[in-house]
Design a protein around this ligand. Sequence first.
Ligand code: PLP
Length: 247
Amino acid sequence: MKEDILHNISVINERIRNACEKAGRDIREVKLLLATKTVSAERIKIALEHGQTLIAENKVQELKEKYEGLKDIPHQNHFIGHLQTNKIKDILKYNVICIQSLDRLDLAEKLHQRLLTENRTIEVLIQVNTSSEESKFGVDPNKAIELTRKVSQFSTLKIKGLMTIGLFSAETEKVRQCFKILKNLQLEIIKENIPNVEMKELSMGMSGDLETAIEEGATIVRVGTAVFGARIYPDSYYWNEGKKETK
Ligand SMILES: *Cc1c(COP(=O)(O)O)cnc(C)c1O
């Protein structure tokens, strides 16, 4: 188990290195984030004890369950799942430094209110639905700049960039289009020069498409399966859940 995880991480690092080389990018520009949904604290710990520092959950419940088991090992927690507003109070208990899945104004407003009462700030990425798939969360690309502008007015939310889940497709060029949309949005937003907005981070690319994402400018790749193995739940369990109710 330990050997598998460590071997897989070295393979991923090699893939990242090769992709950076091919794209003429400095490897220090690309961070590896481990997507740890369904993975036990014990297995996550192996990665954290061997040089990994950045992990992310999709559900507040899992964050909570693994919190005790991981809290003594230095690491950074991001959140990459759909966040329901009734979970805001909860998520703020577990040391999440960045919510990558900020995709709507009411969530931003409620987060801001809560953060004000706790007298603290949090980093966020704006999640964009670049694949136009009904089943995925994220703001429509046409509305992303407007949302960024509105979120920037909440002093407790520190916008650091954008996040997307690319199209699931074996056709690399179609997947690449998603990443290009995100990159172009980043450039447009930088041009707008919005106060309180940093646009350094582009979180895109997963086990199957990280090379393409790096070629298109990713600064954070989110990898689960390729490190921890296949999950028993289909991803739709994490990505579609609650979708209808929130529309
Ligand atoms: C699960 C997940 C990942 C990682 O996906 P893999 O294909 O397992 O690498 C990345 N991003 C998000 C938002 C996820 O939910």
